[in-house]
Write a protein that binds this ligand. Structure first.
Ligand code: ATP
Ligand code: MG
Length: 714
């Protein structure tokens, strides 16, 4: 979130540093080369990178692994490597930069642009999933995947799993049988890690081992269902990409041949499938650069494995390995504390870090009386830092799970402090948004069973049996577009059926290829849907305004297909990603889950709810591996700040999970004594904590006596 001013300042500094370096050692400057459109700026790599970073950034062809701790400039080195490749004549569209979020790809390419100019805009940057999607739309047809497939997000995939579960006779009522989310989790884990289902069950769900065969049956049905309905889940995106590039023949060669250089950030959080993809993409060349930190691996619950980093030299024979040990981000007192936190890890490959950033304040460990005191401390301190000149966007508040910021959000709103939130529940996961999207999705893909089911169940008079009956009838008629109209509903459902048929006909007849077509479609859907919404909810206004926003967003897309794919694939992290709400130039505070803060940095960082059972999460206390992952997550959170770190823990927790009562809570186990030694401590009381003045001697005023007799009583 760089403002125009700081951008200008950055380029000015760049010019100054280039100039001074030129004066010192002209041979270190890359010769400037003239381009057609713009004169290219030259970058003095040696002046802006340390020797190890420089070696990595200017590495010649061949595999390269950068393994290093937090804040050592891994991401920066990748940016400079992109710049180096471009300066050396590699065509931008022949470079693929894979990152963990869309935001980080954009940021990295923005930085590369400042180094080498607009050519970097043509570099292909994005997440694995988004890249898979792009390739499958383009090449999938030659591999039997119709071009108009619909992408299901995780919730859709679980719903489809539920349909398979029901079809095979495992009704909701069968108590001991795994839920749809468990089924989906096992399935997804199997696909991403290639661990056989029985092994996953033994390891994670021994109570379900007896259902092993049923799992297979359900998964078989789920797979068939997806293919019949032209649906693709997130795991398929990766799996199909892997299978495509692993196959024999011209198609695999063609896809692998699209790029000459592949660069991957945050490699510690990739899984087995992603590593297969990379090997497949490198069948015609071996120009792959990956960077990662085993101490920051935080996605093993999704199948990520640090084996990818550790096995890289074996998988890519002759790989160069570069280690970085100087941290450029944080001051020494912060680094001392984070080094201690991670030194407790069971297994670790990267070394302790050092910095030249001496001085600065020790990190704070703040004991707050309760949540209200925590909130008040954080908000007061943010305002103080702001007074001292720290912009809001240079501060963040981090927490283990999205719901933990609720109290803080209320207070920030009340005090008029603008913020945006990353991670946690997203706009698109809201039921009413998904409802409206379901209408668009069946227009796009009439076989989208999950969406049919969703919208049928919305309609008054239509229940489970009718919905299933209608879907079965459509499936029998090969999902032709009139099959729903021909379906004979039971009398109770007739009115709903008729209005749906009319709506769908109107939608199908309205032109789809004019500007703003999707916005118009949503408006039509809402003529029916808004009333349903009013029926269902007491507080309907915020939901209606979400739908207004959805309509606005839709206006930015050229087609319904583009709109739906973008929403399913790159769910915006914050409302700001949509380009509405706060202006991107606005100065806003960031609230984020620790997961979503990965790779980012701020001047000041508050880690709240540092309570055992909250961070680490109670759900992870069952196994050593999970606790280790929580430790790495705490390390990620605490290693984000440059200058100020506050770790806050409320002492009294009003906890509905434990029967709506207050309990005294323990400080997070990761802040053990050794860690605390590097911190300064402060205790904040609750706001109204002044103890009552003891009544001393005769009453100063007798309030009750003053009122006596007022209404005639004696
Ligand atoms: P993380 O592990 O958190 O992803 P990272 O290793 O990717 O961190 P970066 O984000 O690239 O580290 O760098 C951390 C900070 O240090 C950034 O502000 C970056 O600009 C700065 N930095 C890195 N290397 C240098 C350098 N050689 N000179 C000056 N600043 C540097
Ligand atoms: Mg990074």
């Amino acid at each position: 979130m760089t403002t125009a001013r700081s951008q200008a300042l950055a380029s000015l500094l760049l010019v100054v540093s280039l100039y001074s370096n030129l004066m010192q050692d002209p041979s270190r400057v890359y010769p400037s080369r003239v381009r057609e459109v713009e004169a290219k700026r030259t970058t003095d790599f040696a002046a802006e990178l340390n020797p190890a970073q420089l070696r990595a950034a200017t590495h010649a062809d061949g595999p390269l692994l950068i393994i290093a701790g937090a804040g050592t400039g891994k991401t920066r080195t990748l940016v400079y490597r992109v710049a180096h490749l471009l300066e050396n004549g590699v065509r931008p569209e022949r470079i693929l930069l894979l990152t963990f979020t869309r935001r980080s790809a954009q940021e990295m390419l923005g930085r590369a642009e400042r180094l080498v100019g607009s050519a970097s805009r043509a570099v292909h940057g994005g997440t694995f999933h988004a890249t898979a999607h792009r390739l499958l739309r383009r090449f999938g047809q030659s591999a039997g995947l119709p071009a108009d497939f619909t992408i299901m997000d995780q919730a859709d995939a679980e719903d489809l799993m539920q349909l398979s579960r029901a079809k095979l006779g495992f009704s909701e009522k069968k108590k001991r049988f795994p839920k749809k989310s468990t089924l989906h989790h096992v399935y997804s884990r199997h696909v991403n890690t290639e661990i056989p289902v029985p092994a996953i069950l033994s390891e994670d769900y021994p109570q379900y081992r007896e259902f092993e065969e049923d799992f297979s049956k359900i998964f078989a049905d789920y797979t068939a269902r997806k293919s019949e309905r032209n649906l693709v889940d997130y795991d398929d995106l990766l799996l199909f990409w892997a299978l495509l590039v692993e196959s024999d023949g011209a198609l695999a060669e063609k896809i692998a041949g699209l790029y000459d250089h592949i660069l991957v950030d945050e490699y510690q959080d990739t899984n087995q499938l992603q590593s297969r993809i990379l090997r497949g993409m490198c069948r015609t060349h071996r120009n792959i650069t990956v960077v990662g930190d085993d101490a920051q691996s935080i996605y093993s619950f999704r199948g990520a494995t640090i084996r990818n980093i550790l096995d890289f030299p074996a998988q890519f024979q002759g790989a160069s390995v570069v280690a970085l040990e100087e941290n450029y981000r944080s001051t020494q007192p912060i680094l001392d504390v984070t080094n201690t936190v991670i030194s407790r890890a069971e297994e670790r490959y990267t070394k302790n870090l050092f910095t030249k950033r001496e001085g600065g304040e020790k990190p704070w460990l703040v004991t707050a009386h309760d949540e209200a005191a925590q909130t008040r401390f954080v908000v007061d301190r943010i305002l103080e830092l702001h007074e001292e000149g720290v912009p809001l966007h240079e501060m963040s508040v981090l927490f283990r799970a999205g719901y933990m910021s609720a109290d803080l959000e209320i207070e920030l709103t009340a005090r008029g402090i603008p913020y945006e939130k990353w991670g946690g529940i997203k706009f698109l996961e809201a039921a009413h948004v998904k409802d409206v999207l379901a209408f668009l999705r069946i227009l796009e893909n009439p076989r989208d069973e999950v969406s049919w089911y969703r919208l049928l169940m919305l309609m008054p008079g239509i229940g489970e049996t009718t919905a299933r009956g209608a879907i079965d009838a459509m499936a029998l008629a090969a999902w032709d577009s009139d099959s729903f109209g021909r379906y004979e509903p039971p009398p109770r459902a007739r009115a709903a059926h008729t209005s749906l048929v009319q709506l769908l006909a109107a939608l199908r007849n309205s032109p789809a290829d004019v500007e703003g077509a999707v916005t118009v479609e949503i408006a039509r859907v809402r003529r029916l849907y808004d009333d349903i919404l009013r029926e269902r909810y007491d507080r309907v206004e915020p939901r209606l305004s979400d739908l207004d926003q959805l309509q606005t967003i839709a206006g930015g897309y050229p087609s319904r297909a583009a709109f739906l794919s973008a929403l399913a694939l790159e769910p915006p992290q914050a409302t700001q990603d949509f380009g509405f709400g706060a202006d991107s130039e606005d100065d806003v505070l960031v609230l984020s889950t620790a997961h979503s803060a990965k790779g980012c940095e701020w001047d000041a960082v508050f880690v709240i709810w540092a309570v055992d059972g909250w961070f680490p999460s109670a759900r992870s206390l069952g196994s050593e591996d999970q606790i280790e992952e929580e430790r790495r997550l705490m390390y990620v959170a605490m290693s984000r700040p440059r200058n100020h770190l506050f770790v806050v823990y409320p002492l009294n927790v009003y906890d509905t999970r434990r029967g709506a009562d207050y309990s005294m809570d323990q400080l997070s186990r990761f802040l053990d004594r050794g860690v605390r030694e590097g911190m300064q401590r402060v205790v904040v009381d609750r706001p109204e904590s002044a103890p009552p003045e003891p009544a001393a001697g005769p009453l100063a005023v007798d309030l009750r006596a003053l009122l006596k007799g007022r209404f005639g009583a004696t």
